[in-house]
Write a protein that binds this ligand. Structure first.
Ligand code: FAD
Length: 373
């Protein structure tokens, strides 16, 4: 498979922006009208997400070790949409028709063959992973909300009890849907390591006009039912070859997966020193500080430091979390999570300060991942 040809042609196609997903879905629904029901009535966000996922796949097409786990997770996760093996060829044909349309003369038989091979491989990995998961796990898991705390005007901490066991790794996320608001799925990170009592915590910040975050922050109560897709993500999970100390840098609800790593360290017993820097614009936004301060007091190897960037009267550390974090850097593995801007700026600053790239692990809370509705 000619990986460079795939990347180059994708790069050219994606220059046509919104036209690409528009064409793709028109082709798909025209050729296979039965697929229309699988997608939401309003397709605006769906379009962006498809392009985001395809872009990720194509840009990693020559890194099989990274791509295969991503596709397997995507395959398992997409069982929640009742995506069955029969739909993959339909999507493949619509994709090839889209590429042909946007590439014009550059769409040669050799390129068509390279794309067909690549897509078949992607579909095969996803279908196999979904089929394997179907032997032992449901397409989604249900959880009952047992507490809902509005910690700031726009941030809620939700605890839910999974109705049956939900295996995941600290640092992973799951697509979540609020059953009474039906049908929309967004990713949220589990803010805890797996617990004996099957509870999970979610930290949700409401975004302006956001469908699911608003439902979770303002519209959800004790007793409501959530659905979770299969856990996804490995950017913020600890690998066995990372035995050392950790420096965690959180922006806003980016705290969630990093707090899960703190819990993992607690359950794993002493041995790892953990520095957690919690960034917020104002002290009011430090929505989980009481719990974190308590953890800090109980665990001698844990240091929690809040950093407030936009409050000149704040008495503690003022400035961006990364600047405070750099004062504590002594060769640890660094984990960063927050908004896209926060993560981009933080990683750039860490690299500038000489932190080796292979010791920086990060993920951002974008609105694009997978093919969510
Ligand atoms: C792997 C992953 C893990 C995540 N974990 C968390 C988490 O633990 N806690 C959490 O609060 N969020 C998390 N997010 C973000 C979350 O998935 C949603 O994107 C967010 O809650 C908005 O969803 P919505 O349905 O309310 O907004 P939508 O209806 O999807 O969007 C409404 C508007 O808000 C914009 N928008 C969407 N998402 C964001 C965003 N994150 N920041 C700013 N503007 C946005 C959209 O472009 C759109 O204009 C995570 C995202 C990913 C990819």
């Amino acid at each position: 498979m000619d990986a460079q040809a795939l990347k180059d042609s994708w790069h050219q196609v994606s220059r046509s922006g919104d036209q690409v997903p528009l064409y793709f879905y028109s082709a798909l629904f025209l050729m296979y009208p039965e697929t229309r029901n699988m997608f939401p009535v309003s397709m605006a966000h769906q379009r962006d997400r498809l392009v985001g996922a395809l872009g990720h796949i194509v840009s990693n097409v020559d890194r099989v070790n990274e791509l295969v786990p991503f596709l397997q997770q995507l395959g398992r996760d997409h069982r929640k949409f009742s995506v069955v093996a029969d739909h993959y060829p339909a999507v493949g044909r619509a994709l090839l028709a889209t590429l042909e349309h946007f590439l014009g003369d550059r769409w040669t038989p050799a390129l068509a063959q390279a794309w067909t091979q690549a897509y078949d491989l992607v579909a095969q990995v996803m279908v196999e992973a979904a089929a394997e998961a179907a032997k032992t796990t449901p397409p989604w898991w249900e959880a009952e909300v047992i507490s809902h705390e509005l910690r700031t005007l726009e941030t809620a901490v939700i605890r839910a009890r999974m109705k049956y066991q939900y295996p995941f790794q600290p640092g992973q996320s799951a697509s979540v849907s609020v059953v009474k608001r039906s049908g929309r799925w967004r990713y949220y990170s589990m803010a805890n390591a797996p617990r004996q009592d099957n509870t999970i915590d979610l930290h949700v910040r409401m975004v302006d006009g956001g469908a699911v975050s608003t439902a979770l922050v303002l519209g959800t109560r004790r007793g409501d039912i959530l659905r979770l897709g299969a856990p996804v993500g490995d950017r913020l999970t600890l690998r066995p070859d990372m035995p050392g100390d950790l420096l965690l840098i959180a922006g806003g609800t980016g705290l969630a997966p990093l707090k899960a790593l703190v819990e993992q360290a607690i359950f794993g017993g002493p041995g790892r020193k953990v520095d957690l820097i919690v960034g917020a614009r104002t002290s009011r936004d430090l929505y989980d500080l009481d719990t974190l301060t308590k953890m800090d007091a109980e665990q001698p190897w844990l240091t929690v430091t809040p950093a407030v960037s936009h409050d000149p009267f704040y008495r503690g550390n003022r400035g961006y979390a990364v600047d405070v974090a750099l004062q504590s850097w002594r060769g640890q593995e660094v984990f960063v999570c927050g908004s896209e801007e926060m993560v981009r700026a933080t990683v750039a600053r860490l690299l500038d300060a000489g932190v080796p790239a292979d010791q920086i692990h990060f993920d951002e809370f974008t609105s694009e991942r997978g093919l969510e509705s």
